[in-house]
Design a protein around this ligand. Structure first.
Ligand SMILES: Cc1ncc(COP(=O)(O)O)c(C=O)c1O
Length: 383
């Protein structure tokens, strides 16, 4: 489908092309020197001691769960209003995701009260997800976790460049995970990054990123090693030099592009004002500075969401849903806690629609989308 206004778009130009060409000409394609520089630049950008580039955000979450020591018999508190990878990563380790509710219609992030209610002696970690780039209540969540001796993993896939009081998301908890999937604020096609200040966790994740091997092909190529040992069960979760090169250029554009996203989000809020409160625009008073990855709205109660999305589609505007709740998916619903009471997650999820947002979206586009939103709401309300 050829959308007049797509949901998301990438910002690639001659700089990405030149960076990729340079790697191709170097004839070293697998993880090596470019990746190391990308990791150093990313670590310095978020203010972490370590950054470890991986093949995608899901691999980042999996390695984080393993480094947090999760395994069979452990429970991890996770939001249900997230992409399924958040919970899948927990399950890969044998641990059980314990789903909790969101804070409110305004704050679609994990609820602190809900976390407190689900803590048991088997809880080993809290996995937060900064919805749309809007920060969870990290000061309170980290304090709670410390008091209970449990880890905090941040799924910061949406939050590349978000911060609270100048401290970047991803470095509030023990380990932070980012995705560079092609709809994210910076992209390498597929790709991800893990950040941490914990030296031992970083060592472990670096080792199991590449089969648990003690040296890499790159070390041998550089003449630093002849052989290797395999010290634990690992995976092939490596990134490659082509994607690392893309990542370096994308990182250099991130601040500027996030600023554009923030300005467009402010404009969306102004333009949508007259539809409030029947349409809810979440995160009116966010914590800290958001990377504004998504622009979610909640349709009026009982509004036909598919009809709404079809109306925008007929105007060439792409929309999406973030997210169907994870605890309702077949593979999660089976055998789950019958008492699961995630009322807010379920109502918000049934009313949510994500409007187009990307750095190159124009102000005229925003006005155009909002006009279409108004038309759709009027049409569907009068039915
Ligand atoms: C919230 C969230 N977590 C995890 C992921 C997984 O990242 P990836 O697609 O890079 O594996 C995504 C990606 O879409 C995401 O949006």
């Amino acid at each position: 489908m050829d959308w007049r206004i797509p949901l998301a778009d990438i910002d690639f130009d001659s700089r990405e092309e030149a960076a990729v060409l340079e790697v191709l000409k170097s004839r070293w394609l697998t993880m090596g020197g470019v990746t190391q520089v990308f990791e150093q630049e990313f670590a310095s950008y978020v203010g972490a001691r370590h950054a470890i580039a991986v093949t995608n955000g899901t691999a980042a979450l999996h390695l984080a769960c393993l480094a947090a020591g999760l395994g069979r018999g452990d429970e991890v508190i996770v939001p249900s209003l997230s992409f399924v990878a958040t919970a899948n990563a927990v399950r890969y380790t044998g641990a059980v995701p314990i789903f909790v509710d969101i804070e409110s219609e305004q704050d679609l992030d994990i609820s602190l009260t809900s976390i407190e209610q689900k803590l048991t002696e088997r809880t080993r970690a809290i996995m937060v997800m900064h919805y749309g780039g809007y920060a969870c209540d990290m000061p309170a969540i980290v304090t709670l976790a410390r008091a209970h001796g449990i880890k905090v993993i941040e799924d910061a896939a949406h939050a590349i460049g978000s911060d609270i009081d100048g401290r970047k998301l991803g470095v509030w908890g023990d380990i932070g995970c980012f995705s560079f999937f092609s709809n994210k604020n910076m992209t390498t096609g597929e790709g991800g990054m893990i950040v941490t200040n914990d030296d031992a966790a970083a060592d472990k994740m670096r080792t199991i990123r590449s089969h648990g091997m003690t040296t890499m092909s790159w070390d041998r190529h550089k003449g630093h090693a002849w052989s290797y040992d395999v010290v634990e069960l690992g995976y092939n979760y490596r990134i490659d030099e082509i994607r690392a090169a893309l990542g370096r250029v994308q990182l250099s554009k991130l601040e500027q592009n996030n600023k554009k996203r923030r300005n467009l989000s402010v404009l969306y809020r102004e333009q949508l004002e007259e539809l409030v409160p029947s349409v809810v625009v979440p995160f009116n008073n966010p914590r800290g500075t958001s990377a504004c990855h998504l622009f979610p709205i909640l349709l009026p109660m009982g509004c036909d969401r598919i009809g709404f999305m079809e109306h925008l589609k007929s105007n060439g505007i792409q929309t999406s849903i973030h997210y169907p709740p994870i605890h309702k998916f077949l593979t999660y619903a089976e055998g789950s806690d019958a008492q699961l009471d995630l009322r807010l997650t379920e109502t918000v999820s049934s009313r949510e629609v994500t409007l187009p947002l990307f750095a190159a979206l124009t102000e005229e586009n925003v006005v155009d989308v909002v006009r279409s939103v108004q038309g759709a709401v009027q049409k569907l309300n009068s039915k």
